[in-house]
Write a protein that binds this ligand. Structure first.
Ligand SMILES: C[S@@+](CC[C@H](N)C(=O)[O-])C[C@H]1O[C@@H](n2cnc3c(N)ncnc32)[C@H](O)[C@@H]1O
Length: 258
């Protein structure tokens, strides 16, 4: 629990400058299968959706007004404060804001038709991830679904491979090319074996696709469909504009059902 308390403070600290620091899976330049999955929800006015780890609330304008009821949850008070500003008074009575950790859903058991978590299942302690997935599973109504985006560990390996080839093509020796790729892909912030990323006081889980399937199954989800959220090559990634002819980098999207 000490871990959770430290991380909620750290996330709060980054709320004000969030947009400058983080890749946005919801940006219009990003190809995101989540939109189609959300659009496919039938009869949304009769449904309750939860946005877990809502952050500054970029998804809320797509949910509020369309779904009958929206629960926006984040354990960082400064994130919730920013998310509140996205909602105008005409919809205020359909939205509930919760400042709490997302494993803490007992009072919502069996109440959500759709749960969304966009880059927020990132707790560095896998016990907390498992506990949270079980809580989400229990929060779903029969027929409900859990969808979201998870930071991809294998995309960092992919970026490293492209940087490595680029350095070799420039004539570097193998050791120099490895050093250069590791530097530009910022390997000092990653623990590759355990799938973690530590930066500016935040410790975040990064996912491999087999771990998504494994942990979802362990938490009682019987079906998991994976997809890729595709990011445009741009200056936010080292060498990005040079890689325009290669397949894009990604995070994992998923739709999971009990
Ligand atoms: C990378 S941000 C993503 C925010 C938002 N979903 C978006 O797409 O912009 C991760 C968010 O998850 C929240 N978060 C992380 N772990 C959490 C937990 N255990 N309980 C509740 N919120 C959590 C953080 O406070 C942060 O706002």
């Amino acid at each position: 629990m000490q871990n959770t308390q430290d991380q909620d403070r750290q996330w709060s600290r980054h709320a004000a400058r969030y947009d400058e620091l983080f890749l946005d899976a919801l940006d219009p330049s990003v190809e995101n299968p989540l939109w189609a999955a959300l659009d496919a929800v039938a009869d949304p006015q009769s449904r309750t959706v939860a946005d877990l780890g809502c952050g500054t609330g970029p998804l809320l304008p797509r949910l509020v007004g369309r779904f009958g009821r929206v629960v926006a949850l984040d354990f960082a008070p400064a994130m919730i404060a920013r998310a509140r500003t996205r909602i105008d008074d005409s919809h205020a009575d359909t939205v509930t804001f919760e400042t709490r950790a997302m494993h803490d859903l007992d009072d919502y058991a069996g109440q959500f038709d759709v749960v969304v978590a966009i880059n927020s299942l990132v707790m560095p302690d896998v016990r907390e991830i498992d506990r949270t997935l079980r809580a989400i599973r229990a929060s779903l109504r029969p027929g409900g679904q859990f969808l979201g985006v998870l930071p991809s560990m294998d995309a960092i390996h992919y970026h490293t491979m492209l940087l490595m080839d680029q350095a070799l093509d420039r004539g570097l020796e193998i050791e120099e090319a490895e050093r250069s790729a590791a530097f530009h892909a910022e390997h000092q912030y990653y623990e590759f074996a355990f799938g973690r990323f530590q930066f500016l006081g935040l410790r975040q889980k990064f996912w491999q696709p087999f771990e998504i399937r494994h942990r979802m199954a362990k938490a009682g989800f019987t079906s998991v469909e994976l997809g890729q959220v595709l990011y445009p090559w741009d200056e936010s990634m080292a060498g990005g504009t040079d890689f325009a002819d290669h397949p894009r980098s990604w995070d994992w999207s998923f739709v999971a059902r009990p």
